[in-house]
Design a protein around this ligand. Structure first.
Ligand SMILES: Cc1cc2nc3c(=O)[nH]c(=O)nc-3n(C[C@H](O)[C@H](O)[C@H](O)COP(=O)(O)O)c2cc1C
Length: 376
């Protein structure tokens, strides 16, 4: 049925559609809905405490016995540099003054914690079928502990080098994350955001470079994108932004509104919210301080000084200082429950494949025959 069934077989799922892990936006309801629909639901843990992650996993395991993916960030936690922090606060000072905020309100660190022993214990306890990482992989001991549970391990690559590196470390599949993608870039062997590759160019080059199955991510929002991903050699797609208008997405009304109104040319890659490049709908902070800013402290520390500005402006109904993560295909979003969206995406994609095989193929073969005689 599907032109490439490697991922379906590897993960033991029905549909090669992975709901992207989305820290802060998608929780147990979304995961259960997508996994029950036959796709792979993903729980992002980067913004959850161990206790919160445990509660989400208990709910998920109670409501579905289907395979799930549990996702973690694995950046190096920075020490924090007071001089850089001071520069960053100075850069934001005018906003603090405008909003009548005391800049001692800024918190020094943010709550994005890399994968560690305690989260690893949780993985051992709940045995997710798939464990995925963003920003590379955790250290070898933690990885070995996960591997012993039998979980399939995957991570995001934004270049051929990163994909090869992940395969060398033993990843079972690789998410090729194109430049179009919403949220944080998974880049970990480069800092250069300007040389990041689009999905259309990245996927086939990664497919050629590794032996493990490749999952296409970035700007895929409907059947046309999924068909294209398979044509490029992918064995599955990972879709984030398109799930954000589902009722299961736990996002604020201002974020939801921004997603509904965003146009194709309104997202940009920025580091002003966290210190790492991520794609979101351009807003005031991105336009006036970024989108890329040299004085933003290392990930995730930049978020600390932005937090009070965000809280105050959100309380006044404004998204000026809110990260509005979204990919370049945001205009294609539809408002549907996550299970329905998953099934519709799959059905529409299969219909397109059928069309190509039955209706279009005879025409293509006839054309090819004509071209062959011309060539003689
Ligand atoms: C709101 C949002 C949050 C995200 N958070 C995570 C995350 O926690 N972990 C992760 O591996 N990827 C995260 N991503 C990136 C996705 O895994 C994926 O690469 C991306 O959504 C694909 O592009 P698309 O949004 O155009 O579908 C996030 C993306 C979005 C839109």
């Amino acid at each position: 049925m599907w032109p490439n069934d490697r991922l379906i077989n590897l993960f033991d799922i029905e549909l090669p559609i992975i709901q992207a892990p989305m820290a802060g936006s998608a929780f147990s309801d979304m995961v259960v809905a997508v996994s029950e629909a036959g796709g792979l639901g993903s729980l992002a843990c980067a913004l959850l405490s161990v206790e919160q992650a445990r509660r989400e996993l208990e709910t998920i395991r109670r409501k579905t016995s289907r395979p799930i993916n549990v996702n973690f960030f694995c950046h190096q936690q920075p020490r924090g540099d007071p001089a850089l922090e001071m520069n960053w606060r100075r850069r934001l000072e005018a906003y603090y003054v405008q909003m009548g905020l005391d800049d001692s309100a800024a918190v020094l660190s943010s709550n994005r914690v890399p994968f560690d022993d305690k989260m690893c214990d949780l993985v051992l306890e709940f045995h997710p079928e798939v464990v995925s990482f963003h920003f590379g992989l955790p250290d070898k001991d933690l990885l070995a502990r996960i591997r012993r549970t039998g979980a399939k391990i995957i991570s995001s690559a934004t270049s051929v080098d990163e994909a090869r590196w992940l395969e060398d470390q033993g990843c079972d599949a690789i998410v090729a994350q194109g430049y179009e993608a919403g949220g944080h870039r998974g880049m970990f062997l480069t800092q250069s955001v300007f040389t990041q590759v689009g999905t259309m160019a990245l996927v086939p080059q990664v497919v050629d470079a590794v032996r493990v199955p490749v999952i296409a991510a970035g700007g895929i929002a409907d059947a046309r994108g999924i068909v294209a991903a398979f044509a490029l050699g992918a064995a599955a797609v990972q879709i984030g932004t398109a799930y954000l208008l589902c009722p299961e997405a736990q996002i604020s009304p201002i974020y939801r509104q921004a997603l509904k109104e965003a146009q194709d040319d309104e997202t940009a890659i920025t580091n002003v919210f966290t210190g790492r490049p991520a794609r979101g709908i351009a807003n005031r902070l991105m336009r006036e301080v970024g989108p890329m800013c040299d004085v933003a402290p290392e990930f995730p520390l930049a978020a600390g000084a932005v937090a009070p500005l965000r809280a105050k402006s959100e309380a006044a109904g404004s998204a000026d200082f809110t990260p509005l993560w979204a990919g370049q295909a945001v205009r294609l979003n539809r408002t549907l429950p996550a299970a329905e969206l998953t099934k519709q995406l799959a059905a529409e994609t299969l219909e397109k494949f059928r069309f190509l095989q039955t209706r279009a193929l005879p025409d293509v073969l006839a054309q090819a025959a004509v071209l062959a005689t011309v060539g003689r």
